[in-house]
Design a protein around this ligand. Structure first.
Ligand SMILES: NC(=O)c1ccc[n+]([C@@H]2O[C@H](COP(=O)([O-])OP(=O)(O)OC[C@H]3O[C@@H](n4cnc5c(N)ncnc54)[C@H](OP(=O)(O)O)[C@@H]3O)[C@@H](O)[C@H]2O)c1
Length: 241
């Protein structure tokens, strides 16, 4: 059995893929999950090519059954969970008078509801890891817009503020047992999600890199079990998000 294992959602590209690679480098066996099977399989194959142990589980994480399927597959393969990275997310901008219910629901379900479900489904595995080595880590990818609400990205901002609040609550509830949670709150990161900003004139090289975000996860893994880092904010000078 793997000595350490992690789940990373939204690991088929961008921030999630960078975090999955980092966890592989740190010796974690991985379950990676995302929506589109082919894109995920390609990312997983790349990670395997780098020498990492990877199980890829395509799943619609807006749906409860999708979340359950990822956790069940991970449990069966590895039997343990030391790090959970709730990173899958979707952002769809609209002026308030034009918000479509379907898009509202999708953002709520993927960005916030799925995180609640992942904690519920993983609580026993995380407790076991914390009992074994005094620390289990959950990383929740929020956003700078979860700290400072953004016009046009209002629904996205609300879901990410929800992630920040949920993370705080989980630290009150679970950190005493050694399950630590951290909300990552980045401004623009150079991933497919910011293609709209690049088209609008924000240069990719002026953005935060996915590797920058992954390095913060490395730090979370290295600090002593007693050290709780509840939130990391990544600003950009002249912040546009
Ligand atoms: N890029 C930024 O500037 C920025 C800033 C702050 C926060 N974030 C957050 O960072 C996280 C990662 O985003 P990213 O920038 O790395 O974008 P990305 O490259 O587009 O990655 C998004 C990931 O989430 C997956 N995903 C989306 N909807 C899903 C669903 N319904 N079910 C399962 N998986 C789903 C995607 O899979 P598919 O491709 O198959 O859909 C993909 O793997 C998100 O939570 C995002 O909100 C990004």
């Amino acid at each position: 059995m793997a000595q350490r294992a992690a789940i990373v959602t939204g690991a088929s590209s961008g921030i999630g893929l960078a975090i999955a690679r980092l966890l592989g480098e740190e010796g974690y066996a991985l379950t990676v999950a995302a929506r589109r099977p082919e894109k995920l399989a390609q990312a997983a194959e790349g990670l395997r090519g780098e020498g990492f142990e990877v199980l890829d589980v395509p799943a619609m994480l807006a749906e409860e059954d999708g979340v359950k399927a990822v956790v069940a597959a991970h449990r069966e393969r590895y039997g343990r969970l030391d790090v959970l990275v709730n990173n899958a997310g979707v952002g769809i901008g609209a002026p308030v008078g034009e918000i479509q219910t379907k898009r509202l629901d999708m953002q709520l379900d993927v960005n916030l509801r799925s995180i609640v479900l992942f904690y519920r489904e993983c609580a026993d595995l995380l407790r076991a890891a914390a009992a074994e080595h005094r620390s289990a880590q959950v990383v929740n990818t929020a956003s700078i817009s979860g700290k400072r609400g953004q016009a046009w990205l209002s629904v996205y901002s609300a879901t990410k503020a929800g992630v920040v609040g949920w993370t705080e609550a989980m630290n009150k509830e679970l950190a005493p047992e050694g399950i630590k949670s951290c909300a990552l709150c980045p401004a623009f990161v150079d991933t497919p999600m910011t293609d709209f900003a690049k088209a609008g004139g924000v240069a990719a090289e002026d953005m935060i890199t996915p590797q920058d975000i992954a390095e913060s996860v490395r730090m979370l893994l290295k600090v002593s079990p007693a050290c709780l880092i509840p939130e990391i904010i990544f600003e950009r000078p002249g912040d546009a998000l």
